[in-house]
Ligand binder design. Structure first.
Ligand code: TLP
Length: 352
């Protein structure tokens, strides 16, 4: 039985074309800046998001942390959403390694921050206060449901931040999903911000890696931070080669993942006891809640689905996340809907 893994788009395996490119990759020592494949990937990436320079990093987490370290000094404050990945799921790296203080604002349903709240959170120049240095956005926004924010919103936020002397970092782990959903170019979404991280190893299917982009001076600082964090890789062209294939051939197909997320949501939404948490999905994530009359525990549901070859993510009591990606076909979507249906209707075959 083929496993249907909907826990995340991070589970995507490299495509045959990527494996082929990895095998043929020309490499050098990237710590010396001598890996031609890494250099090419960084140039392509920077141009896609309209920035001067790109820096290949092992993960989105390191990209965000290197950005924070490059923008902030110890004791500086960053304004970010209380559901942002950097706040919730990066092991507190910003305070552990950067000594950076965080001011958490409530994310709006689309993942944005209210401009009025950002403005109110900027500290006065007073010796009692940390120095507000940076605002962090996330687009698409993972915990808000894979939602996206428009280029207009990003521009307004950046204008406000810049007018007060702050910089803006965008966690654009899935920026190409946002761009696809908006029918916009990624460079329009990233244009107004000072730095952006995006991931090659999520919907774009590369096995490893993210890119941090910004201007020369910012990337010079981020490069040093990457080294300090142990992210200076040597013959990384082997990985970058897959990243190049990802940028060349995987962005234009992301809409298929969004359509499949819609198909999945429509199917699941018809099952009694399932509530779609954010309505129809904006991109490639379906968040759902299992309503109280259903007696199955979360562990029983996960185990019942696993028995039928379906893996989904648990995101909280009676809350689950299903993420579509390259390896999820229409047939896999339909099989998932029937598996959930049979678990919830108490089919003995699905019980553990
Ligand atoms: N997100 C993962 C988990 O960590 C939750 C996932 O399965 O979605 N920014 C955003 C918005 C992310 O969703 C993630 C990964 C990251 C950064 C970190 O990327 P990696 O996993 O490459 O460190």
């Amino acid at each position: 039985m083929e496993l249907i893994d909907l826990r995340s788009d991070t589970v995507t395996r490299p495509t045959p074309e990527m494996l082929e490119a990895m095998l043929r990759a020309e490499v050098g020592d990237d710590v010396y800046g001598e890996d031609p494949t890494v250099n090419r990937l960084q140039e392509m990436a920077a141009s896609l998001v309209g920035k001067e320079v790109g820096l290949f990093v092992p993960s989105g987490t390191m990209g965000n942390l290197a950005a924070l370290l490059a923008h902030c000094q110890r004791g500086d404050e960053v304004i970010l959403g209380n559901k942002n990945h950097s706040f919730l799921f990066e092991a507190g790296g910003l305070s552990a390694f950067g000594g950076i203080h965080s001011c958490q604002l409530q994310n709006q349903p689309d993942g944005s921050l209210l401009l009025s709240e950002v403005e109110a959170a900027i500290r006065p120049d007073d010796a009692h206060d940390p120095i507000t240095r940076l605002v962090c956005l996330e687009n698409t926004h993972n915990r808000c449901g894979g939602t996206f924010q428009s280029a207009g919103y990003t521009r307004d936020l950046a204008e406000l931040a810049h007018s007060r002397g702050l910089r803006v970092h965008l966690d654009g782990a899935r920026i190409f999903n946002a761009a696809t959903a908006l029918g916009a170019a990624a460079r329009n979404l990233a244009g107004p911000v000072d730095s952006v991280t995006f991931c090659l190893s999520k919907g774009l299917c590369a096995p490893v890696g993210s890119i941090l982009c910004g201007d020369h001076e910012f990337i010079r600082r981020a490069h040093r931070a990457r080294k300090a964090l142990g992210g200076g890789m040597r013959q990384a062209g082997v990985l970058a080669a897959a990243g190049i294939v990802a940028l060349e051939s995987m962005i234009s197909r992301l809409g298929q993942d969004h359509e499949r997320a819609q198909r999945l949501a429509r199917g699941l939404g018809e099952i009694p006891g399932i509530e779609l948490e954010n309505g129809m999905p904006a991109t490639n994530m379906v968040f759902l809640r299992v309503a109280p009359p259903i007696e199955l525990s979360d562990a029983e549901l996960l185990a019942g689905l696993r028995k039928q070859g379906v893996l989904v993510g648990a995101t909280g009591p009676r809350r689950f996340r299903l993420v579509t990606h390259y390896w999820i076909t229409d047939a896999a979507v339909d099989r998932t809907v029937s598996a959930v249906n049979s678990c919830l209707s108490g089919s003995p075959a699905a019980r553990v």
